[in-house]
Design a binder for this molecule. Sequence first.
Ligand code: 13P
Ligand code: SF4
Length: 330
Amino acid sequence: MDTLEELNRRGFVEESIDPTLDLFAEIEKLKKEKNAIILAHYYQEPDIQDVADYIGDSLGLSQEAARTEADVIVFAGVHFMAETAKILSPEKKVLLPDLKAGCSLADSCPPHLFKKFKEKYPDHLVITYVNCTAELKAMSDIVCTSTNAVQIVESLPKEQKIIFGPDKNLGAWVAKKTGRDLVLWNGACMVHEIFSREKITKLKERHPHAKFIAHPECEEAVLQMADYIGSTTGLLNYSIKSEAKEFIIATESGIIHQMEKANPTKTFIPAPPNNNCACNDCPYMKRNTLEKLYLCLKNGSPEVTVPEHIIREARKPIERMLEISASLGL
Ligand code: 13P
Ligand code: SF4
């Protein structure tokens, strides 16, 4: 039977918070007390982004996790991101405000099935998108993110055969950009797969001067319409550099918070999905709340752990990605 301590460690003990507490001030105090750093992905709710020490895309967050001198990393993102931080900094305590903050794309590639898939292509090198489990990374030769996927494929000899997983949309985009024939795993993200080409076309007609910008996890039919395709950091930078005043954004809506902060006179419109949902929220990213972040910092739980043998194997392909990225100045 699980002890109370074990349940607490895994974040199963619900705790109420004094409603008069100033959570922003409490979090600042706890960060100092525990020598903790908060790393947040752009898809987190605005309050979380505002208390974070570093906000970034998957590549930036991995780089920051590898270089931080904090004792505790509070990872405001999803499970695979916190696992990556733990693999790069195994001596540190890595906390995730809600352990159920998973990822539909990571779930679309169960390691036992990927192992069989990989066995069918014994002479292929395996590149996996960082949005996958630690177990999958341990089966890979190089990890990549949406910022560096094209450059990582291009860094390999032309004759090198490659398996790319788990995202088929990112894989197809990389194959098109590099002219390489990649063997793709059939996985996808539930948020990026549902943008509606028809509704975007109508929205563009109503906003003829708006730039349409998209994350490469979107389907090819949507990417074909884009003025710019890039990672979350790429999209944010484009919104800053572009002279346009209006943008239609085909990715998770959390990024709009930083776009609006950086460009107070510009307008950002979330791209419409196929369903009737008005927003493009990732249900996993949005499991984290400021309250859960405060509690996890206060209690030192829930903690993300990775078995030692997986850390050993998964570290090599992640470090290879970081080395290639550093050599390219990414
Ligand atoms: P980025 O690395 O571009 O931030 O993407 C992360 C992600 O989860 C996209 O769905
Ligand atoms: Fe995973 Fe998609 Fe959410 Fe990104 S937006 S964390 S790929 S489910």
